[in-house]
Every structure is written in structure tokens, then in C-alpha cells.
Design a protein around this ligand. Sequence first.
Ligand SMILES: Cc1cc2nc3c(=O)[nH]c(=O)nc-3n(C[C@H](O)[C@H](O)[C@H](O)COP(=O)(O)OP(=O)(O)OC[C@H]3O[C@@H](n4cnc5c(N)ncnc54)[C@H](O)[C@@H]3O)c2cc1C
Length: 440
Amino acid sequence: MPDVVIVGAGLTGLSAAYHLEQQGVRDILICEQEERPGGLLRSHTDQGYTFDYTGHFLHISNPAFRQFIDDCAGLSFFGSIERKSAIFMHNVHVPYPIQMHLYGLPAEVIYECVMGYLQRSSRKKKIDSFYDWALFYFGAGFVKHFFDPYNARLLSWPIKKLHAGWTGRFVPQTTVQQVVRGALVPADATGVGYNSSFLYPQRGGIEVLIKGLLSRITSPVYTTTKVVKIDQQKKCIYCADGKSYTYRHLITTAPLDTTVQALARSPHDAFAGVARQLWCSSLININIGYARQTAQPYHWVYFPQPTYAFYRLGVWNNISKHLAPAGTSSVYVELSYQARKTKRSAMQGACEQAIEQATSYLGLTAQDIVSQVTLELPHAYVTYTPWRARHLAGLLSALKEHDIYSVGRFGEWKYSSMQEAFEDGYAVAAHIVARRKGGH
Ligand SMILES: Cc1cc2nc3c(=O)[nH]c(=O)nc-3n(C[C@H](O)[C@H](O)[C@H](O)COP(=O)(O)OP(=O)(O)OC[C@H]3O[C@@H](n4cnc5c(N)ncnc54)[C@H](O)[C@@H]3O)c2cc1C
């Protein structure tokens, strides 16, 4: 019997295996439903273009993560890039973040944003929703013109029904001087926010990191092995290919809603009905390779207005020139929907519109398109509902009582980065090693 079974060979699962092996644990089995490991960090190539599952840029604040990347893939293989990102609204590009860069927008928009900022309440009331949070820190104008429409498009969810914990920590705070100055003159966006610069592989896409990590792991990865049932009493997982494996400890990085559905049912089931409470957005990531170059200089652009079918567009060849053949360009656009409310087939018209709009926005034509790869992310952004805020910790603890560690972005049902996936793998490995030392 393997000591540890890991469900999912994305960054979290592989980081867990790496750290367990570092601590001398050898009897590990990794089950991955897809044909190759990597999860969201896989890259696809088509006709000389390389596409990731939308932009995956490395923001490193933990020295251990930096060291890990160096050990796995070699830091010299990564370019350090200063962010060039913008918001496109009212036919104008303003640099990100908008709260410091109103200059150039229509006067009425600037007026509403500045007045809203100055008139916002300085008394901290109880902040329940993300809407309250944005209103308190940025005022009614910024909420109306950016925070509300953009986040609602990203998540396909109204922000008044989002818990205040949603991504606030990533939004750059601002001062009255920055708002007013940014409204009067073009301001410098350098160094603002957690993502003002980032690392990205010079060649090969983000999967380079996974390939390097796999070369440092000896545990077997069983691909095309989907775990469909977990018997928490017998400590056994059952796979779609008919095979089953018992375990002492189960680490699962599969989405939490699918994990609770895979559990064996019991009469007094703490997990019954839970999956229905776990909401997330699904994402359609359309990648397009063009035979000609675009003049757009940005790495990525936010589209808060519903005139565009997509809410974000990124230019791959501006991130690394090796992602597209010389003299050409390649982009990604992102469309969001809630799969329990909207069928994927109902998004087809929006996808076609998105391709047309992206092509025209880039100053290119349909005849320039030489490659098109659509990647589907059924789980993309977890919806921070009030239910999640109340029940998530208890749910994860209940699983732990059965020696099931549900970890990672979707395992812990959270918004998190690659660095956090590395840290989640490290933390669960340390926990299991400590339990083994304690005789469990
Ligand atoms: C749109 C988007 C953009 C992002 N951009 C960035 C960024 O710029 N920078 C950054 O740092 N982070 C970014 N992230 C976050 C980053 O992708 C995640 O933090 C990280 O990849 C999570 O890794 P994971 O292993 O937890 O999940 P995953 O990569 O989803 O891996 C889970 C694995 O489990 C497998 N699996 C699922 N169910 C089963 C099953 N039943 N049986 C077997 N296998 C199963 C899946 O196939 C998958 O391989 C982004 C995420 C998204 C969605």
C-alpha cells in the first residue's frame, strides 16, 4: 500500500511529492486524470506558437520558492519583466491600476471617480461584501466604472454577493494625492502593486517549470488515471480505469466540489449537499496566432465594459518573443461563465464575437489568423460566497479527520498563486511527515 496517494499532478501535487521525497518519504503514488502532468501549468504548442492556460506569471516573495525554481528549472532561464498593463474603456487605454491613472478618460468619468473617492465614508462600518470593501476604500465612482463591472465579468457573479475576502489583498491601495495627480497628468505606473514585475520562462511557456520539477521527483505519476470514488472508511481510492489503491494519507488537489462528490456516502453525512454550495467561474481561454505583428505594446489589458465579449486580453509575444514565430504575434482572450447557470454551448456566439473583436482591436484581420487553440478551465476563479466564508474551514477539517488533505487552489477552494501552490505542497508534506513521526 502506498504511504501517500496524491490526486493531481499540478504544481501543488508535485510540490507535495517533491517535499515528501526531500523528507525521505518514498512510497508515493500520484494519479493524474489528464494525459500529461502540469494542471494549469501546461503549455500547448501549435504551428510554432506556444500558449499557456492564460497568463501565468511568477510573482515571488518567498525565498524558498525562488530557490525551488532555481533548483527545478534554473532561474537564468527566466526573464524578469516590468509589467505593461492597461485598462481599455471608453476607447482609451489607461495604465493599471485605474485608481492612479484616470488621466485621458472622459471628464464625467474622472469627475465621478474623484468625487466618489473624496466623499467616501471615513468611518469603517461592518464590511460584508466585496462591494462594501471597494466602496469603502475607493468610493462610488471607481466602483461604478471599474470594480463592479470588471469583477462581475471576471467571475460572472454580482459583487454585492461576494464576500469581502475576495482578492482585496491584491488591489493596490492609493492616496488622495495619487488619485488627484493621476487625474490631472499621466502618472508613472512603475513599481505599483504586487505584480509590477514578474518572471517568465524565456522559451517553452510556463510548463518549463513542471518539466524541471518532474525531473527532480522519482515517485510514479499515473496519467489518464481519474479518481472517481474515495472510500474514506476503507482508505481506498477508485479510478475510472477500474483500478483501486489504498493509502495511509490522501492528498487531493482535485477541486473540492468533485472531492466531496467522490466520497462514499454514509447515513449521517457531513458532506452531503456541500458540492452545491461551492461556486466557481469557468473560463474559456481562446488563443490566437496571427501571421503579422500587432502594434499593441501591452502584456495584458483589462476590459471592464460589456461591449467586448472578453474581459481580458494578453499578448503572448510581448511577454516573450519566443512564444510566437519571428515577425508574427499571438494573443489570448478570456471569457467567463458560471457553468451551473449557463451551458457551455450558449457561450459559442460570444467566443466567435471575441475572436472578431480581438482581431479588430489588434489592428489585424481574419485572414491573418494562422492558429487558434481554445483551452477550457471548468474551474477558474472560486466564488467567495458568504457560505464559503462560514463553512470552508470546517469542511477541510472534517476531511482531515479522515486523513484526506484537500489542498491547492481548488482543493482549498481559494484564489491563490503558483507560489502558494508550492507553499501548500510544502505545508501538507511537513504535516504528514510530522504525523508519521508521531506514529500515525
Ligand atoms: C486564469 C488563471 C490565471 C492564473 N494566473 C496566475 C499567475 O499569473 N501567476 C500565478 O502565480 N498564479 C496564477 N494562477 C494560479 C495558478 O494556476 C494556481 O495557483 C496553480 O496552478 C494551482 O495548482 P494546483 O496543483 O493546485 O491546481 P491544478 O493546476 O488545477 O492541478 C490539479 C490537478 O489535479 C488533476 N485532477 C483533478 N481532478 C482529478 C481527479 N479526479 N483524478 C485525478 N486527477 C485529477 C487535474 O487534472 C490537475 O492536473 C492562475 C490561475 C488561473 C485559473
